[in-house]
Design a protein around this ligand. Structure first.
Ligand code: 13P
Length: 264
């Protein structure tokens, strides 16, 4: 059974004070919610303060990006070691905004995934097609290419935290299907559209790794997830949770999305 996972990607929003305020509100309201894993990914500048604010709660911390080297002369970059140092358990990699605005290629995504796994960070790897690609019926082709190139040279062993035979061992990889046309547009993929792509992703994962590993990797949906569509999306068999942008910036809407995942 894959436990639902809800991740709030705050993107480039919130001052430190606003981030702490949001984290404290969330801490209060979700303290009794069981059966769901919750992660917040504030901007780098607020990670340290949010870390303190969520201490002792069941909220986990994630970073929105990382560099692939552990240290050195890379002005402006943040290393996996620095992220670990702030108790981040997760890191988002290959978000379409980074692919588009910062020209992150699949090769860069691949280096970043390897850096995360090497440092025992859980990588949330984003894939997704543009509107043009969907209209040209290239969705599965794009997903396959992003996934295979992104995961090239990564073995089953790299993915497992702890003993390979220990059923409690955790998998350090999560995939997020985020169709570019659904991000920040208010237009979400229908549950059936998302489930179709998720099913395909799981099939690819079983080819890349094996069936057992693939059945344990969580596949999240992202793109205009909000209270009005989250329960329906989450009830699909292959949707294991959500990567939420805009609706994670308010405690009320994010809490309700988390609640909808608990009820599945
Ligand atoms: P929205 O929920 O604002 O559409 O953003 C989705 C996203 O990009 C999460 O990473």
């Amino acid at each position: 059974m894959r436990k639902p996972l809800i991740v709030g990607n705050w993107k480039m929003n919130n001052s430190t004070a606003e981030s702490v305020d949001l984290a404290e509100k969330l801490k209060k309201v979700i303290k009794d919610m069981a059966g769901v894993e919750v992660v917040v990914a504030p901007p780098f500048t607020a990670l340290g303060s949010v870390r303190k604010a969520i201490k002792g709660s069941n909220i986990k911390l994630g970073a929105q990006n990382l560099f692939w080297e552990d240290k050195g002369a890379y002005t402006g970059e943040v290393s996996p070691l620095m992220i670990r140092d702030l108790d981040c358990e997760y890191v988002i990699i290959g978000h379409s905004e980074r692919r588009e605005y910062f020209k992150e290629s699949d090769e860069i995504v691949n280096k970043k995934i390897k850096a995360a796994l090497r440092n025992k960070l859980k990588a949330i790897v984003c894939v997704g097609e543009s509107l043009k690609e969907r209209e040209e019926d290239k969705t599965m082709q794009v997903i396959e290419s992003q996934l295979k190139k992104g995961l090239e040279g990564i073995s089953t062993l790299n993915l497992i935290q702890g003993e390979i035979r220990n059923p409690k061992s955790e998998i350090l990889l999560t995939i997020a299907y985020e169709p570019v046309w659904a991000i920040g547009t208010g237009r979400n993929a229908t549950p059936a559209q998302a489930n179709e792509v998720h099913t395909y992703i799981r099939k690819l994962l079983s080819q890349i790794f094996n069936e057992d590993i693939a059945s344990n990797i969580k596949i999240l949906y992202g793109g205009s997830v909000k209270l009005s569509n989250s329960a329906e999306l989450m009830s699909e068999k292959e949707i294991d949770g959500a990567l939420v942008g805009g609706a994670s910036l308010e405690a009320e809407s994010f809490t309700e999305i988390i609640r909808s995942a608990c009820m599945v």
